[in-house]
Design a protein around this ligand. Structure first.
Ligand code: KG4
Ligand code: ZN
Length: 339
């Protein structure tokens, strides 16, 4: 290791993945262990917060030990300990955050609380060693849909946000109503490949705003399913849903590029794994001479490596957190509760 190398141990537990990673200099992942609870929550059709917290508690020690072991380092080698402190489920967040704070206290190492969405954005730095701000980032996850101007590694300007459902939430609800189960995104992705966008669904745009609204599309799908019953063509409906969502996302994304006079775009969050969205964005990129960045699939959905990357850049910008930092379930992007 070089003399100035910075090793971060990071923890992510905001929803249903318990994860710990060791990340070097913000871009190199030495280990990234993810214990997912998907199988546990599947039977309830969605994440049950209390069950998520209990499972995080069961998993956290092993996940941390495994991350250190796989990276071939010991806790003494670590320079900075970090964890997601919001947004997310409060009981779930507290497990990872308390573990990180306790480790920082016991080892007297610096501690940094990381914003989950800033983590999703930072996932791109792991996959693309050459990516530097400024650029536009479209963050599309289960809980968030934001169009963000990333001015610098730790400076964000929100250009648009959803006024109702997050994109991933709409995917999950539509999947449930057509009987595909949880989590809906990957299942709709697969099913849509068998169909084509033949159903006409509403698309919401706002005048003078890059905000999003997905409840209209979602409700239209639900109404169609109820109206057509068994006659519904599920693959075509999935393709139509993806097509409508993608059109809205990409139109606003292009407007954001024009507004900020940039041709650099990054995608982030669980829904950035969606193949229809990626193909459409690649096409838009070619037509408009845009440079597009995606995180590798493993860094699209929740993971601790992205938190370790964001923590590194925060640390380099001189930021740190106190050990009394609490979990903030409704933390907004741009809100800082740090020292
Ligand atoms: O980023 P993430 O892991 O958690 C949050 O921070 O919310 O995102 C999870 C969301 C879920 O709604 C899931 O259905 C969606 O990402 N998702 C996808 C795909 N893979 C995951 N949505 C569409 N297509 C996919 N391939
Ligand atoms: Zn997430």
């Amino acid at each position: 290791m070089g003399e100035k190398d910075l090793l971060v141990l990071s923890i992510e537990s905001s929803c249903d993945e318990t994860s710990c990673a060791i990340v070097k200099n913000g871009r190199e992942v030495l280990s990234n262990i993810i214990a997912t609870q998907i199988e546990i929550h599947k039977r309830y059709g969605g994440v049950v917060p209390e069950i998520a917290s209990r499972n995080h508690i069961d998993a956290i020690s092993n996940v941390v030990n495994e991350a250190l072991e796989k990276a071939g380092v010991s806790i003494e080698d670590i320079d900075l300990i970090s964890a997601t402190y919001g947004p997310g489920l409060v009981g779930a967040l507290l497990v990872g955050l308390s573990t990180a704070k306790a480790m920082a206290w016991a080892t007297k190492k610096p501690f940094l609380g990381v914003h989950h969405i800033e983590g999703h954005i930072a996932a791109n730095y792991i996959t693309h060693k050459d990516l530097e701000p400024p650029y536009i980032c479209l963050v599309v996850s289960g809980g968030h849909s934001n169009l963000v101007y990333v001015k610098d590694y730790t400076e964000f300007e929100i250009l648009g946000r959803t006024r109702d459902d997050a994109v991933g939430e709409a995917f999950d609800k539509v999947a449930r109503v057509v009987g595909l189960g949880y989590p809906g995104g990957p299942k709709i992705d697969k099913m849509a490949k068998e169909g084509s966008p033949t159903y006409k669904l509403p698309k919401t745009f706002f005048e003078d705003s890059l905000d999003f609204s997905f409840s209209g599309i979602k409700t239209a799908v639900i109404n169609l399913v109820h109206k057509e019953g068994d006659y519904i063509n599920v693959p075509d409906l999935c393709a139509s849903f993806e097509d409508a969502i993608t059109d809205v996302l990409l139109s606003n994304l292009l407007k954001a590029c024009e507004m900020k006079n940039t041709n650099k775009i990054a995608l982030a969050g669980g829904v950035s794994a969606n193949s229809y969205l990626r193909n459409a964005l690649d096409k838009m990129g070619e037509e408009n001479n845009l440079k597009i960045y995606y995180p590798e699939l493993v860094y699209c959905t929740d993971n601790a490596a992205m938190i370790g990357s964001a923590a590194y850049f925060d640390h380099m910008a001189g930021k740190s957190s106190n050990l009394d930092l609490n979990a903030v379930p409704y933390l907004k992007l741009g809100d800082k509760l740090r020292k």
